[in-house]
Design a binder for this molecule. Sequence first.
Ligand SMILES: [Zn+2]
Length: 336
Amino acid sequence: MSRFLSITSPALPYSWQQNQWAQMNASRESGRLPHALLFLGPQGVGKQNFAATLVDCLLCLQPEKQVSGGGACGQCKSCRLRVSGNHPDLKVIETQEKKKNISIDQVRQLGDFLSKQAQLDGYRCVVVNGAEDMSESAANALLKMLEEPGERCLLILICARPGALMPTIKSRCQHLNFSMPGHEQSLRWLTPLVGSAEQAKTLLAVTGDAPLKALEAQQWAWLDQREVLANQLLALRLRTAEPLAVAKQLQGVPTEELLLWLYHWSLDWIKLQQNLNVENGDLLRIFEEICSSIKTASLFVFSEEVFANYLLLAQGGNPNILLLLEGLFISWSQLP
Ligand SMILES: [Zn+2]
């Protein structure tokens, strides 16, 4: 099933999305909901979930049972169809597995959908999940549809990289911006979900305060390996481990997460050298040893190298992972 459709229905907005939700509600109540919305914000901020909430509410046939805080009734025929992932008045397009782009054929299928009336007595909704992934021809085809989508019809474009989206598409949609909640708000949200504030702090520390990513990180089996990895990094500094051997060992872990993790650690090391508090307090002893073996300037160099590699992967690059890790650990072991 699509990533979007696997979101539990009825969806609810997150605590840090209440302003956006109030704005959408006001538009709905005054009958001024635009026909095209562009949701902008970083990966992991909850844009898909927010889109699902709005779609659920627009499709729901019992609006009187909805509450202003968000959430469709969850009981009507429409809500039940949404749970099954087969709602006839909802169309979701996103990059298919093993494909790099949203293709023009996927967008063309929307043409059929938009030319028909709603099958239930509500809205028709289209979600373009990852709008920046549209090929140029797909974006051009969508552009025409954005002009005249028809009555009681909403197109939602979800986008984490607005720079990759055609300006003409951007200008035809009303924008709604999402930003990451602050550390305290993330902590309040995450703590009851993971059981303890201690665990929530650790998870936020390894994911750079991204709450949804932090929740997901709880499932990472290798999270238990943090201490092992920290010791490996120390051993590389002390020349008691070989960069190539360490790279080989870590080849199997999710590289994007690993790099994000290393990036936040390097920020911690820089803080530690300035006598500031660190995020990963449980690793303090190892971090202190690492910090005594390396110059601050080198830590900046390393953090930049890690982050450049992270961006490369996050933006869809396909480097040789083993070579990438080898290069990184060789620099790490040699920096003054
Ligand atoms: Zn309903």
